[in-house]
Write a new protein. Structure first.
Lengths: 113, 113
DNA sequence: CGTCTATCTTGACAGATATCGAATCAATGC
DNA sequence: GCATTGATTCGATATCTGTCAAGATAGACG
């Protein structure tokens, strides 16, 4: 509770996509699920790793964390269920990649304008 | 697990700020807390309401939800602790406003480029 | 000061979540 | 077919979270 008055507030301006998008109760459910998926440090780092490559094998994600393979799978499923990534098995390995549209939706929602 | 190959993947390109930002374990903690704060439908709608106004009285937020005032306070505190909003008491009422820089940080992180 | 109103805090609790280890499933290769 | 390796699913558990009801605070105003 600082006493500082942010510029956007002083200017009387609204700040971002959030302000103008129709965030109905249903929209909120779907969007909140995406934000929630990014709302865990492990999943956020996973998403960052995946976003940095065209696609990434689970076998490369697993050793980057000090977690059981079951837990890794669980987190990846959460990201996939939220629509932030998609995956495909190719032979022995499973590959994950980012869904840029989903990230773009969230980015636009938060973008200051 | 669709068989569709997203364009960004086919192009072999990375997709967003997430891909290039140094998301260390500490960064991830702080950023994940912000995403987590938006990861609840009630809080996301609250943030949207607040973002749509220069500032907003709790007395206007409360009646928009079918929740006890205690729960409303709890959610607002979560948003404030994450750095997404700030607040100030002015006489009888408490006003909340958005912290645009925080939203901007998250937006940039997800922005496709 | 006492009371009323708005907001926040506390205590309790049901339901969700992160995690592990074990079991299962999918491909590969012998 | 069987054993091996990579990944997911399942069962159990400890912790976290959203919620309410009740109590505590902060101002406003007689």
């Amino acid at each position: 509770m600082t006493a500082v008055v942010p510029s956007a507030r002083a200017a009387g301006a609204t700040c971002c996509g959030l302000a103008t998008s129709p965030v109905t109760a249903e929209d909120a459910e779907r969007l909140a699920r995406m934000f929630k998926a990014l709302g865990d440090p492990v999943r956020l780092r996973m998403a960052a790793m995946i976003a940095a490559q065209p696609e990434l094998c689970v076998c490369e994600i697993t050793p980057a964390f000090d977690l059981s393979s079951g837990t890794i799978s669980h987190h990846l499923k959460t990201l996939r269920d939220a629509g932030l990534v998609d995956s495909e098995r190719r032979g022995t390995y499973v590959y994950y990649w980012i869904q840029p549209e989903a990230l773009g939706t969230l980015s636009a929602l938060l973008a200051v304008h």
